[in-house]
Design a binder for this molecule. Structure first.
Ligand code: EPZ
Length: 438
């Protein structure tokens, strides 16, 4: 059985109201879970979002021999001791790109790691060359088999200097964590600067790591011993992508919507873009209030590594641009497959022209009509939820359990609480008759 969302659209009316609370950040929590491999003792993690990706990462640790105890909602204790396997279980790791960050800690601690070419979203090629180069620079040998990698460092990892040709977040995090146990010093230049990276480094430093410069283009890590989690508590930071998605929803379908439990400092590019579109936004310490605009102005969006406009909010922002009066452009600079979802928005009535795999022209304002939609990845999936709420008539969104549920905790209940007419249902996966059985 697969899950669908059935959403009754408001046809452009502004019916949402109240407060939506932001959950813990998926892309912070996943890395904290991986970082538990760097610890000699038990690590306590709190504020972990209960989404399929985090549950899958815990499953992976358990399946490899780690001990994972769920104390209560969002709170876990993890202990990685002797007998921990060095192979990432392919059936689990393949389903989530983020599993790749486990390779750094496992290799650094045990001198060996093997893993499948990770799966994840269909947003682009997502190569692993920077991982292979990096492990070799740290003294490991890498053997590539059909679709798996075996990496060995019999004498342990040694510190190395990297210049990343692409500011990959997971590459930055993987080698920041590997450097914690390597012999000597590791320097990562042209590092990604997403706030989740500094958040992780701060926690690891509290537990004995020596990481300087996380959140800047150059990170220096002095290698040392296993970390100590005793007496420490990891608190997941708020999910800036979820907060931004709710901001955009509020701008489209609310008179006034409060986004609570967020960190506005992590949303400057998004707030800036919405204000340029004429959306009134009030920023408080841990809350953002979005109010309705008489008309939405067209803006040109260009995604960029942090602190630029986040690629993970490109799809929700494009939905908003279909309701702007005039022509906007969307330039997706990071992933080559991340505009494919716009075909579905056009089928709902949007006027979107693909100029090349990275650029789209959006002509607004167009009326959207509810349709049957297939969610291609978690971020476009959430964008389809937003489009369905704005549209006239009913929409059915498929693949909810394999996309939206990966990244948004209990989303239908939080949406219903602010006035969205949304129901979750289970359906048999569409029978694929394909070729007749031989
Ligand atoms: C992280 O991906 C996030 N994923 C992404 O979120 C997010 O979109 C992205 O950062 C940007 O903010 C996680 O944190 C788990 P990559 P990142 O595959 O940067 C190139 C979501 O929806 N590259 O490393 O780790 C690659 O081609 C996800 O939550 C290489 O060249 O993504 C691309 O240009 C989607 N060689 C860039 O780096 C490599 O070996 C980033 O791609 C690896 C990557």
């Amino acid at each position: 059985m697969s899950n669908i969302f059935v959403i009754k659209g408001f046809g452009g009316e502004r019916r949402l109201h109240g407060t939506v609370k932001v959950a813990g950040a998926k892309n912070a929590a996943l890395k904290a879970i991986a970082a538990t491999v760097l610890f000699r003792d038990t690590v306590t993690l709190t504020g972990i979002p209960e989404i399929s990706d985090t549950l899958r990462m815990f499953d992976l640790l358990s399946d490899m021999g780690g001990e994972v105890v769920n104390i209560k909602k969002g709170k876990y204790e993890v202990s990685i001791q002797r007998g921990f396997a060095t192979e990432l279980t392919p059936a689990i790791a393949k389903r989530m790109r983020a599993s790749v960050v486990l390779t750094g800690p496992v290799l650094a601690r045990y001198g060996k790691v093997s893993f499948p070419h990770p799966g994840g979203c269909v947003i682009g090629a997502r190569p692993l060359d920077l991982f292979v180069d990096g492990f070799e620079k740290m003294g490991a040998t890498v053997t590539i088999k059909e679709d798996s990698y075996v990496v060995e460092a019999k004498d342990g990892l040694k510190g190395a200097n990297f210049f990343l040709k692409n500011q990959s977040v997971t590459v930055t995090e993987t080698f920041m964590m590997a450097g914690v146990l390597a012999k000597g010093t590791t320097i990562i230049k042209n590092a990604a600067m997403e706030p989740e990276i500094a958040h992780l480094a701060n926690f690891l430093n509290e537990c004995g790591a020596k990481i300087i410069g996380a959140g800047t283009p150059t990170i220096t890590i002095r290698g040392g011993k296993l970390l100590t989690g005793k007496g420490r508590l990891y608190k997941t930071m708020p999910d800036r992508i979820e907060a931004g998605s709710f901001l955009i929803l509020g701008a489209l379908a609310a008179r006034e919507l409060h986004i609570a439990n967020c960190d506005p400092a992590h949303l400057e590019a998004t707030i800036e873009a919405l204000r340029s579109a004429g959306i009134p936004i009030e920023v408080k310490k841990t809350e953002i209030i979005v109010r309705s605009a008489s008309r939405i102005l067209p803006v040109d969006i260009k995604t960029h590594e942090y602190p630029g406009f986040p690629t993970d909010l490109q799809a929700p922002m494009t939905v908003l641009l279909t309701q702007a009066d005039g022509e906007s452009t969307v330039f997706e600079t990071i992933f080559e497959g991340r505009l494919n979802y716009t075909e579905s928005l056009s089928a709902m009535g949007a006027s979107i022209t693909m100029m090349d795999p990275h650029r789209a022209l959006v002509r607004g304002k167009t009326e959207l009509r509810g349709r049957k939609l297939e969610s291609p990845d978690l971020r476009a999936g959430l964008a389809f939820v937003i489009a369905a709420i704005v549209a006239k008539g009913e929409s059915v969104i498929h693949n909810v359990d394999t996309t939206i549920d990966r990244g948004y905790e209990d989303v239908e209940h939080r949406l219903r609480a602010i006035g969205v007419e949304i129901e979750r249902a289970k359906v048999l996966p569409e029978a694929n008759y394909g070729e007749p059985a031989k």
